[in-house]
Design a protein around this ligand. Structure first.
Ligand SMILES: [Zn+2]
Length: 280
């Protein structure tokens, strides 16, 4: 069953999240087996596959139509991707889900990729062309410049060649180092750690705010234990970003929407951030 799109009003802006497909992950693939991190998961079996929804987002604010983290389940299902095991029925594509929401690809003004992990950018192209032909494509410069990405670009790695390289060749790629104000209450700013340049998209309208945080958090446990880091992350930078983010999100009572979790809000119990899932 495909979960329906979930929509939130943030003042005069609207944020919609689309599940583009459940991946399957084991906790011991994300957190080092036998590491101290296992204690955070109590009695949970870290070797058991668990569903891991992958989401793409639409933000409509004033004249802006912004797609955040366009994914493409068909591409993620290629056998090279360890995350794509034991999947269910493929959901409709992001393109089909956007069409059902009344959004034509040509009307998208900006695409923002929070970080350069494939599940967050596989949908920047469609059939070898730009998926959103009129859009500016904003990606984190520090992720684009890592030695691993440089090597993948040189080697002609298919994931990169068929996606970000196509956007680059079209003159639409905008690697961002630092902050960007898109107008109409939308901002893009770095919260590094999960990757060197990881970006967060902020939406503000009147007193309300919302943040699309990508993989700043994959699991609710990471809100409460900011030091809990995936094996590929820079744990120190990530913990600092999470502390900075959680203080702001709690002060603003902001709606927080991670890439693989339902929306929630962060509040503090004493000095500890806690996560409360937003009821639909
Ligand atoms: Zn992800």
């Amino acid at each position: 069953m495909t979960p329906a799109a979930v929509s939130f009003r943030i003042g005069s802006a609207r944020v919609t999240s689309f599940n583009v497909g459940d991946l399957s992950l084991r906790l011991d693939e994300v957190f080092a087996p036998g590491s101290a991190d296992a204690r955070y998961f109590g009695g949970r079996d870290m070797t058991a596959p668990q569903d891991f929804p992958t989401k793409s987002f639409l933000v409509a604010s004033g004249p802006l139509t912004v797609v955040v983290d366009p994914s493409d389940y068909g591409r993620l299902l290629s056998p090279d991707h360890f995350k794509a095991r034991a999947v269910h029925v493929s959901p409709p594509t992001l393109e089909a889900q956007l069409a059902a929401a009344g959004v034509a690809p040509e009307s998208v003004t900006h695409v923002v990729v929070t970080h350069l992990h494939f599940d967050h950018y596989a949908g920047v192209t469609k059939g070898g062309a730009l998926a959103f032909p009129s859009a500016r494509y904003i990606i984190p410069a520090k992720d684009w410049e890592t030695p691993e990405m440089a090597e993948a670009r040189d080697r002609g790695d298919a994931d990169v060649a068929q996606t970000l390289r196509v956007v680059e060749a079209a003159g639409r790629l905008e690697p961002l180092d630092g902050q960007l104000d898109l107008g109409s209450g939308l901002t893009v700013e770095p919260f590094p750690g999960e990757t060197p340049g990881h970006l967060v998209v902020g939406i503000r309208s009147g007193p309300e705010s919302c943040y699309l945080v990508g993989d700043l958090y994959h699991l609710a446990e990471e809100v409460e234990h900011p030091e809990l880091a995936a094996v590929w992350a820079d744990a120190g930078a990530l913990a600092a970003s999470r502390r900075r983010f959680s203080e702001r999100a709690a002060a603003e009572r902001a709606l927080v929407i991670p890439g693989h979790l339902p929306a929630g809000r962060i509040s503090f119990k004493g000095s500890s951030p806690t996560w409360t899932e937003e009821s639909a």
